[in-house]
Design a protein around this ligand. Structure first.
Ligand code: BGC
Length: 250
């Protein structure tokens, strides 16, 4: 029998899910997507997750990502999601909507980092690696030989008096209409601060903008090697499925 679980990736605009083959990191069947409800309250989002599972006819284990700190299965932050998530016991919430199955909820960047380490560039599973996603915010995952130290939230580290994600997320690039050159300068500054504090062997960069990495990674002036993530928009779903199988439930 194939080693499979279902992964769900909760984002600001869409909630996406697929069945994942955990031996290969590939999807089995189609990826399903439903627009994130508005307002994206915990109950409305959990009901959308239930709808995806009904459509997929899946009643097995489910891993779920959230763009939030998740500690002891309680959401503790909500930088880019509805504030009502703060303090929500996500284990209870999702069991109420999805019934009695195995469920793990973890931070979106942590999930993507786990997946990249398992199925992406081999350098992502060697030594001390910092994985970063550039999107609405900046998400981070600390990996040591492919194992996760969860909830690192480097996007909120202040660099020159301003949170990193307010300076250098890809949403900021769009909003301020920055050229790649200008944006790369800001990203370099952020990476230099991260390397001063954590000395990783490699930075791994993901998020939609990593598809165009050849337009900005060569412009970076920090010291540590930066490599692009490989799983693209599969990473969150695959990492979520891995988390429930490995019982990673921060
Ligand atoms: C949140 C993180 C999340 C990241 C990417 C940040 O604003 O605080 O928890 O991983 O955005 O979605």
């Amino acid at each position: 029998m194939t080693n499979t679980a279902f992964g769900i990736d909760i984002g600001g605009s869409g909630i996406k899910g697929a069945r994942v083959d955990l031996d290969t990191g590939e999807f089995i069947g189609d990826r399903l997507k439903i627009a994130t409800p508005s307002p994206a309250t915990p109950d409305a989002v959990a009901e959308t997750v239930a709808e995806i599972l009904r459509q997929a006819e899946w009643d097995g284990d489910v891993g779920i990502t959230l763009p939030s700190v998740v500690k002891d299965q309680v959401a503790l932050s909500a930088a880019n999601i509805d504030k009502s998530w703060i303090g929500t016991n996500v284990d209870e919430l999702f069991h109420n909507h999805l019934g009695g199955r195995e469920i793990s909820v973890l931070n979106d960047a942590d999930a993507a980092g786990l997946a990249e380490a398992a199925f992406g560039d081999p350098r992502a599973r060697q030594g001390a690696v910092i994985f970063l996603t550039f999107g609405t915010g900046i998400g981070s995952a600390f990996l040591i030989n492919g194992e996760l130290f969860p909830n690192t939230e480097l996007g909120h580290l202040e660099v020159d008096g301003k949170e990193a994600e307010h300076r250098a997320s890809s949403a900021v690039k769009e909003r301020e209409e920055l050229s790649y050159k200008k944006w790369a300068k800001r990203v370099s500054k952020v990476l230099l601060e991260y390397e001063r504090l954590f000395s990783p062997q490699v930075f791994l960069v993901g998020g939609g903008i990593s598809r165009e990495y050849e337009r900005w990674v060569p412009l970076l002036t920090n010291d540590v090697t930066v490599i692009p993530a490989q799983l693209r928009n599969r990473a969150g779903i695959v990492g979520a499925a891995m988390a429930v199988t490995q019982r990673v439930a921060p």
